[in-house]
Design a protein around this ligand. Structure first.
Ligand code: BG6
Length: 485
């Protein structure tokens, strides 16, 4: 923003999310020239009593050098820290927010700003239990005072509820206070470079257009793996589990981008309309197409009940009932404490009809792999002739590895991009209320069955591929393991 001033208010400033994600993202934006002292100020707000310097000391260690700006790191760091002020107060008492508003107003009128309309961005790095009271406080005391050109926006993080009913209740409470255009529901997977590339890859290439359907695609897998457990977050995690933590939001959002029809334009509403249609076309999940697991040792954490059935792993098959995807299994798989850390999309094509080389069977099917992380890449597994005198087939790859191809390009962090989008008022990469509702509709019946222990988690060894039953399920619905995977 060139004219006017922007206040970024980090609520829950002393917490984990703020420390690890929000402030580092703001810092990197600062290094890249976006958040500068002449028109932006940052306010931390939380219950703990501490000074501005205490907060600065607390986050200091997490502000790693921004790639490409290593030389000026020290200078940037001290300038950035000076932008931050801290205000302490409770989340449900008027006085706290009255004094927060006073501080913001004082900044808006100070000589530090260039004048102009006031913009206020509230980042909820908070437990969702306080969302309703904090929203009410902001609405009562902290809205922008500028009628023209000013705005107030809020960024909220998941979990948005535990199931359809609680999510709808939360949406209604917040919806009574803010318009949809003021609410930015973050799903940080939508900020990842390769997730953003899906739209371009699918709709910017002639190559994929005729192939992207049930006639050619055998299955789609969307996989999230972490090689560590719930360390330190056991209490939170046990109340939610991997389906609410990863599948219902991150993987489902990715699925929407893989499966949706071409939007009318790049207008955020057009894109979100198409994503919504995918969610609304989903068939109910059936028990036979679900495997949930819990890694051995998960319950050693003293904050986790000994009879917990909470899954730390899940494979769930989703099916989209429309003309494009009839019969194609979308296999969502996520797990903690597995053998590696990665997230990827695998689009597996059907066998070649009338295959004279018998290659699909011998060397494997064509597969398009989009690796979201680590080492972003897009590669296509193809059958080629093995070089040499014999006519033998092998599988090889057309490979776009970002590290090699875009060596000097800095790939922005998801949170940086999403905060910047919020400042610019672009909601494309945020979840709309109706999408959220549809996402909960898909998973709520299954989640309730798991909560009632009608579906039980099977155990798996930490550091493994997860329960063997999950591989069997993927195979059963048509995924063929390729070599080297
Ligand atoms: C968060 C989940 O939303 O995403 C965490 O709550 C998970 O459990 C994290 O570890 C993974 O994010 P990323 O960007 O590291 O893949």
């Amino acid at each position: 923003t060139d004219t006017g001033c922007l206040s970024i208010i980090v609520l829950g400033a002393s917490g984990d999310l703020a420390k690890k994600k929000t402030f580092p993202a703001l810092f990197h934006l600062h290094c890249q020239g976006f958040i500068q002292s002449h028109n932006v100020h940052i306010f931390g707000y939380a219950r703990s009593k501490m000074s501005d310097n205490d907060l600065r000391d607390r986050i200091h260690g997490y502000l790693t050098p921004c790639k490409g700006f290593e030389k000026t790191h020290k200078e940037n760091l001290s300038k950035f820290l000076q932008l931050i002020k801290y205000i302490s107060g409770p989340y449900d008492v008027d006085e706290g927010f009255v004094s927060l508003d006073k501080e913001i107003c004082a900044y808006e009128m100070s000589k530090d700003t260039t004048g102009g309309p006031s913009r206020r961005l509230f980042y909820f790095a908070l437990p969702p239990s306080v969302y309703p009271s904090v929203s009410k406080m902001i609405k009562s005391f902290c809205m922008t005072k500028s009628d023209v050109g000013g705005w107030t926006r809020i960024i909220v993080e998941k979990p948005f509820g535990r199931d359809l009913e609680s999510a709808e209740e939360l949406s209604t409470q917040i919806g009574q206070l803010f318009n949809e255009s003021q609410i930015y529901r973050i799903d940080h997977y939508l900020g990842k470079e390769l997730v953003q590339n899906l739209l371009v890859l699918r709709f910017g290439n002639r190559l994929f257009l005729p192939l992207w359907n049930y006639a050619n695609i055998a299955s789609v897998q969307i996989v999230f793996k972490e090689d560590f457990g719930t360390e330190g977050r056991g209490g939170y995690f046990d109340q939610y589990g991997i389906i609410r933590d990863i599948l219902q939001n991150h993987l489902l959002q990715v699925l929407c981008l893989v499966a949706m029809e071409k939007p009318v334009s790049l207008n955020p509403e057009h894109i979100r309309d198409e994503k919504l249609k995918v969610l609304e076309s989903m068939l109910p999940i059936i028990d036979e197409e679900v495997v949930i697991g819990q890694y051995e040792g998960y319950k050693d954490d003293s904050t986790i009940p000994k009879d917990s059935n909470t899954p730390t792993f899940a494979t769930v098959v989703l099916r989209i009932h429309n003309e494009r995807w009839d019969g194609v299994p979308f296999i969502l798989k996520a797990g903690k404490s597995l053998n590696s850390k990665e997230a990827e999309i695998r689009v597996q094509f059907k066998d070649v009809p009338g295959d004279i080389f018998n290659a699909s069977k011998k060397v494997g099917r064509n597969e398009l792999v989009i690796r979201l992380q680590p080492s972003e890449a897009i590669y296509m597994k193809l059958t080629v002739k093995e070089p040499g005198l014999e006519m033998k087939t092998i599988q090889s790859e057309l490979d776009l590895s970002y590290r090699q191809r875009y060596e000097d390009v800095v790939i922005p962090e998801a949170y940086e991009r999403l905060i910047l989008d919020t400042i610019h008022g672009d909601q494309q990469h945020f979840v709309r209320r109706d999408e959220l509702k549809a996402a909960w509709e898909i998973f709520t019946p299954l989640l309730h069955k798991i909560d009632r222990k009608e579906i039980r988690s099977v155990s798996y060894k930490p550091g493994s591929r997860g329960p063997i039953e999950a591989d069997k399920l993927a195979e059963m619905v048509g995924y063929v393991q390729t070599h080297g995977y």
